[in-house]
Design a protein around this ligand. Structure first.
Ligand SMILES: NC(=O)c1ccc[n+]([C@@H]2O[C@H](COP(=O)([O-])OP(=O)(O)OC[C@H]3O[C@@H](n4cnc5c(N)ncnc54)[C@H](OP(=O)(O)O)[C@@H]3O)[C@@H](O)[C@H]2O)c1
Ligand SMILES: *[C@@H]1O[C@H](CO)[C@@H](O)[C@H](O)[C@H]1NC(C)=O
Ligand SMILES: *[C@@H]1O[C@H](CO)[C@@H](O)[C@H](O)[C@H]1NC(C)=O
Ligand SMILES: *[C@@H]1O[C@H](CO)[C@@H](O)[C@H](O)[C@H]1NC(C)=O
Ligand SMILES: *[C@@H]1O[C@H](CO)[C@@H](O)[C@H](O)[C@H]1NC(C)=O
Length: 326
């Protein structure tokens, strides 16, 4: 008994040193931490022991550093190691915020709950905090397109919420028209939209629409093309060595990636930076002790080129393809 008390006390001290991440209030009253650890490891979805261990360590380091929001998806094949790390942390469930996503092969309304139950089993959880439709483009396992109406898939999402399997529900990669159709049908309003957002792709009109509708936004690929190793040859600037960004970073004793993340936070969206590297995981959450000036934000805004890192061109001919087609 005494040793249990000591354990809890040590855990308390361990986690108390961490950064305190503010929260965003969702339109159903739940609170979402304003920054999450991303866990997509690219196209490599082979569940090797090394890969599982890397994700497990990353989540453990993130929780120790103050992250309380973890972003995963069925298709990432990272739900199991995320779940193990959450369990090992011994943090109370109500202090964690876990997001996962419905893959495109389960858009039939009666398959949504089944898909979520599969994810919950991997995560070792009774519920997630947020469940998202991952893409608007349905596709069966045999690769033919599933044209299930989004309104029907959304009814499946609403059922998952009613069953208590998820606290909140939302969309990812849907465009404004596709979101508005759900509202026009009088169905439950989504709590969150997850889209690509970074310096080269700032989506001001989509953000304004979501703000007007009280739909919170999470930002994937928040670094876009900042790192030369990841940038496509045609990707617009800036890179992490951009002199103007380096100067701002220097002023706050921060790094350029931290400035890029801070800018997204000040736009009111929650960035989802992915890293498997302990020092970067710690760095990426350490952005809540400074504020950019209006002039600095203006400079960061000027980098917007409407440039998409993940255009998902494989679905260009899908009737529900959400993005511009040029
Ligand atoms: N809904 C969707 O369709 C969708 C699509 C894409 C992504 N997402 C979500 O968004 C998350 C983030 O997006 P992403 O993984 O595409 O890209 P990202 O977070 O913009 O970039 C990740 C890359 O940046 C590196 N990195 C991270 N922090 C750094 C730092 N401080 N300094 C230098 N390099 C740093 C990482 O390297 P190391 O790991 O080697 O440290 C990794 O190579 C995903 O993991 C996923 O959860 C969702
Ligand atoms: C992922 O797949 C796409 C398309 O198949 C390819 O262009 C890209 O290089 C791949 N990325 C990685 C990291 O393997
Ligand atoms: C692909 O799978 C779907 C769903 O199981 C089925 O309805 C469809 O007929 C299949 N298409 C082909 C070409 O096999
Ligand atoms: C600058 O940041 C580093 C890393 O967070 C920290 O160790 C150092 O003490 C900071 N320096 C100042 C002057 O605040
Ligand atoms: C932003 O997104 C684009 C793709 O839309 C990507 O090519 C670019 O690298 C990203 N830029 C930054 C700074 O994150």
């Amino acid at each position: 008994m005494a040793s249990y008390t000591v354990y809890i006390l040590l855990a308390f001290i361990y986690y108390a040193r961490a950064v305190q991440v503010p929260t965003i209030k969702l339109n159903d009253g739940h609170q979402m931490p304003a920054l999450a650890l991303g866990t997509w490891l690219g196209n490599n979805t082979q569940a090797t022991p090394q890969r599982e261990a890397a994700v497990e360590s990353a989540v453990a380091w993130a929780l120790a550093a103050g992250y309380r929001h973890i972003d995963t998806a069925w298709i990432y094949r990272t739900e199991a190691p995320v779940g193990r790390a959450l369990r090992a942390s011994a943090l109370p469930r109500d202090q964690l915020f876990v997001t996962t996503k419905l893959w495109v092969d389960h858009h039939a309304p009666d398959r949504v709950v089944e898909a979520l139950r599969g994810s919950l089993e991997k995560l070792q959880l009774d519920y997630v905090d947020l469940y998202l439709i991952h893409w608007p483009c349905g596709q069966f396992a045999n690769q033919s397109y599933d044209l299930t109406d989004h309104l029907d898939t959304w009814r499946g999402m609403m059922e998952a919420k009613q069953l208590g399997l998820t606290r909140s529900i939302g969309l990812s990669n849907f465009n404004q028209h596709q979101i508005q159709r759900i509202l026009d049908a009088g169905l439950d309003k989504p709590q969150v939209l997850q889209v690509e957002l970074n310096l080269s792709l700032q989506q001001p009109s989509l953000l304004a629409y979501c703000a007007a509708q009280d739909i919170a936004v999470t930002a994937y690929t928040p670094f876009g093309s900042l790192f030369p190793a990841k940038a496509r040859p045609d990707a617009p600037p800036p890179r992490a060595d951009d002199p103007a960004l380096v100067q701002i970073a220097h002023k706050y004793n921060k790094t350029v990636p931290q400035i890029a993340l801070r800018y997204l936070v000040e736009l009111g969206v929650a960035p989802l930076p992915k890293s498997l590297t302990k020092s970067r995981i710690e760095q990426n959450v350490d952005i809540f002790d400074f504020q950019l000036t209006p002039e600095e934000k203006q400079l960061l805004k000027s980098f917007d080129r409407g440039y998409r890192t993940l255009p998902q061109l494989k679905w260009l001919d899908h009737p529900y393809f959400p993005f511009e087609k040029n």
